[in-house]
Design a protein around this ligand. Structure first.
Ligand code: 4AD
Ligand code: MG
Length: 461
């Protein structure tokens, strides 16, 4: 491509005898008695291309001294390789050293811990594991768009700067141009009237509210964008900046919403099995031995549905000690979610109809007066991967709920308008893209599935 052949294409699509130009980074150098072998990787696939260099090359001595990490260009002839484990190798006719790397390069041969690699976030994409993670991430992002495009969903870009806290959890990062050293005050509080937007604004915690407006014009829509939460929980599954996919369907109830979520997750499972074989085999081998079996099972299964109330009954009967209390009306913690999906169900499960007091104001109230039409999809090893609901489309009930939860009507007048004219039952959900990646790769820390993680005290690179 653009004057060079990528390693994946060289290994798969080329024919022996073909003359190729390959560019990439040296992973290993083995100086033999007669020839020198280099393994070159360009990120297009996990495997490196073996390059065989004969001493007749004018810069042979420099090639023998090449360090791991050096950038090179090789022009040569592809031939069948006598070595085990690879079909082809490249016999070098010409080798240019583009950017050398000396032995201070941190990624020498030995295996590094993920903790250490997080301290060199800028270099870790050059390792096998992170190569695989980010190839799968890219492929899945494209699959997300394909899934919705095939079903006629409109792709809408919802704003990143917003004045509303959709989830009402007070986790908004502030966006301001006020002088932090001398903020204007009025009655002891910051006065935002002189700020850039003349009101308090922040980074979005969800595109849902704007998504709902578009669903009430285009029927079926989705957003897929960065999402920000200043939630100071330093866990392996929370990031301050993450990507969320949020579909919203008009004329849909909670069960239609769950059906979409199930189709979506199964589609994504099949996608990685069919399109990311080499990387998935690596994860299965190196990260999580049961991965492929689990992903295959999910691709073919139908998901269980359980009432929140029933989950509480199971948790109360559980013979394992939980760190957090279990009581009807309390939110479930990760340990509870994992117990339900791993021990009670043994696979993905939709928990539905949560107590209204632990859920956001926009969820539709059920007739029992106690619960709302919420659904969380729980999966083994990760816990909650999807959160969604049917929305409250009845203006009077929505206003009542906003008053109860202390949400200001004025700030959401535009949202309320959608309940004034042509209001209809509608539902949607949010899938955390990094949680999905953890689930499909077996990687256990959210910091290791996002290129440059933002977590409490970490935003350097
Ligand atoms: O359950 P949540 O908070 O739901 C919403 O934001 C709704 N507005 C979605 C909707 O109905 N349109 O978040 C949805 C998902 C979670 O299930 C989780 O996968 C992910 O977003 N998520 C996070 N991922 C990483 N880091 C965090 N701090 C996350 N918070 C939520
Ligand atoms: Mg949730």
């Amino acid at each position: 491509m653009y004057g060079r052949t990528r390693v994946d294409a060289a290994l798969k699509a080329s024919r022996p005898g073909e003359e190729l130009l390959v560019k990439g980074w040296v992973r290993t150098v083995r100086v033999g008695k007669e020839v020198t072998f280099l393994s070159v990787n360009d990120g297009s696939c996990m495997a490196g291309l073996q390059v065989v260099v004969e001493p007749t090359l004018p810069n042979y001595q420099d090639v023998c001294r090449l360090g791991t990490g050096s950038a090179i260009a090789v022009r040569g002839t592809l031939r069948e390789s006598p070595a085990a484990g690879q079909k082809y190798e490249l016999a070098a006719d010409e080798l240019e050293i583009i950017g050398p790397a000396d032995d201070s390069y941190p990624l020498q041969k030995k295996r590094h811990s993920f903790e250490y690699l997080r301290t060199i976030t800028h270099l870790r994409p050059r390792t096998n594991t992170f190569g695989a993670v980010f190839r799968v991430r890219s492929s899945l992002a494209q699959a997300v768009h394909r899934f919705f495009a095939e079903r006629g969903f409109l792709y809408v870009h919802t704003p990143i700067i917003t004045a509303n806290d959709c989830e009402g959890a007070g986790e908004l990062f502030r966006v301001t141009t006020l002088d932090m050293a001398k903020p204007p005050l009025a009655a002891g509080e910051v006065d935002y009237s002189g700020d850039f937007f003349a009101q308090a604004t922040g980074l979005t915690v969800s595109g849902q509210l704007e998504g709902e407006l578009f669903a009430q014009a285009f029927s079926d829509i989705y957003t897929f964008g960065p999402t920000f939460r200043a939630e100071n929980s330093n866990t392996a599954r929370h990031a301050a900046e993450f990507w969320m996919i949020e579909p919203e369907m008009a004329f849909a109830d909670l069960m239609a919403d769950a059906a979409l979520a199930e189709d979506f997750l199964r589609f994504l499972c099949r996608h990685v099995l069919d399109n990311c074989g080499e990387d998935m085999a690596f994860f299965n081998e190196q990260i999580d031995k049961g991965l492929l079996e689990r992903v295959r099972a999910v691709a073919d299964s139908s998901f269980a549905v359980m009432e929140y109330t029933e989950a509480i009954t199971h948790l109360k009967k559980a013979k394992v000690p939980f760190a957090f209390p279990v009581e009807w009306g309390l939110d479930l913690q990760s340990e509870h979610e994992r117990y339900i999906t791993e021990k009670v169900v043994g696979g993905p499960v939709f928990l539905v109809n949560y107590p209204r007091d632990i859920k956001a104001f926009y969820m539709r109230q059920n007739d029992d007066g106690k619960t709302v039409a919420a659904m969380d999809l729980l999966v083994p090893k990760v816990g909650e991967i999807i959160g969604g609901s049917q929305r409250e489309e009845r203006l009077d009930l929505l206003l009542e709920r906003m008053a109860e939860t202390g949400i200001n009507e004025e700030g959401l007048w535009w949202y309320l308008d959608s309940r004034r004219w042509g209001s209809c039952p509608h539902a949607g959900f949010g899938l955390g893209f990094e949680r999905l990646l953890m689930y499909l790769t077996g990687m256990e820390n959210i910091r290791d599935v996002i290129p440059f993680p933002r977590t409490p005290r970490h935003a350097e690179f």
